[in-house]
Each structure stands twice: as C-alpha cells, then as structure tokens.
Design a binder for this molecule. Sequence first.
Ligand SMILES: O=P(O)(O)OC[C@H]1O[C@](O)(CO)[C@@H](O)[C@@H]1O
Length: 243
Amino acid sequence: MIDKTIKNNSKMNVIITKDKVEGGKKAFELVEKAIHSDAAVLGLATGSTPETLYKEMRASNTDYSNLISINLDEYKGLPADHPQSYHTFMQENLFKDKPFKKSFIPDGLGDEDEEVKRYNKIIEEYPIDLQILGIGTNAHIGFNEPGTSFLQETHVEKLTEATINANKRYFESEEDVPKYAFSMGIKSILSAKKILLMAFGESKAEAVHDMLNGPITEQVPASILQTHDDVTVIIDEAAASKL
Ligand SMILES: O=P(O)(O)OC[C@H]1O[C@](O)(CO)[C@@H](O)[C@@H]1O
C-alpha cells in the first residue's frame, strides 16, 4: 500500500496501491474477510476494473459454491451468449473457474418492465452483503449515469456518449455499442451492507476526487457513497493523483 496524505472529506476508507494488480490483491483480501464474516451474497461488477480482483479469486482456493452473486448491469438487447455481454464477461472472468450457488445477471433480452420487476425482487430476496463497484470516468456507478435519481432501483438507463465511447473498445464499431442497459439503481446499490469500490488509472482521477470531496449531487452519481456507512475505496496512484 502507498502511504500518502490525501484530501478525503468523506467517511470512506481509502486505500492507495501502486497499481491495479496490487489493488486486485487488496480487494481479494477484503472479499475474503467479508466471506469469513459470513457474507453470503456478493454484488459483482463488470468492466476492466474488477479484472485483477477476479484473477485473484480464480487463482485462490476459495470455494464460492455456497454464495449467491448479483451483477450490477447488463447491456439491453444483447443475448447472454453475445461475446460482449456481461454474462459472457462474468463467465470468462470468474464463473467458469469459480461457480457460485446462484448467479443473477439482468436478462438483456428481457421485457423492460418484467425484467426490472424481476430484478428488484431478486435484490429484495437476497440482500447484498458486499457490493463490488467500479466507477465510470463520469463518476457513474453501475450504469447509473449523471442525472439518474438517487432513489432509482433497477431500471433501463440510456447510456451517455462518454460511456458509449469508453465501452466501444469492446465492439466492432460504434453502431454495435448498446445504447441502453439494465442497471441496478443507486438505491439498490446503497442497500448493500458493505461497498468496495475500485478505480485504477488517470482517467478515473477526476471522478474519484469528485466522489470523495465533491458535493453530493446526482450529477456525480458516486458522490452518494459519502452517505453510506461502510465504503472502502481501493485506488492506484494514478487514480489518486487529483486528491
Ligand atoms: O472498469 P471500466 O471498464 O473502466 O468501467 C467502469 C464502469 O463502467 C461500467 O462498466 C459500465 O459502463 C461499470 O460497470 C464500471 O464500473
């Protein structure tokens, strides 16, 4: 860990690591700790941020087959077997080596109203003990873009240009990038007992600063985490560079 004095006006516990590999190892330690304190439901994230954590989980001796997982989001309109779906991402990055007892991910082809209702019911039935989060360059969490109400539960979100741009690296062309996604809402995320947010790289430095030290506003979705009692933020030096 890097011992660095930073500006952090929030009550969030901030851990600075050299890079995302060390960040993934630290995050793995905290997931293990939660599981040893009987965490039974893990909220999981996608995108490049959690990749080093999932690598540690795959390489570990931990058996996750008694745990439930609930993923934050899924692109609307992508079938589960699409190479860029979050179903495929989770299968390849975690579940193929470390299956859970039950893993919930929104159905990208689901009827909007039905799927939102189904997913809210799942989150109610399986309260999340530890929610893993990344953060977008525009401080979105899950796919809750700036301007999304803090009171939102699961819903279909229209993706911003910034998010479409950030995600188009995974698609053949911009036309192929989904413009909407099913996402757990901020209210659903805040219902987790513990939250572990990771951010790596210079591109997240502004969002991390605003999350920790900015005003609590729906224009900075992650800023709402200042109101949660148990948030740990793991960032590398580049993502901490504006603190
Ligand atoms: O980890 P990345 O790839 O930078 O993505 C950041 C954020 O964008 C999302 O993947 C949604 O676009 C979030 O789930 C994630 O936290």
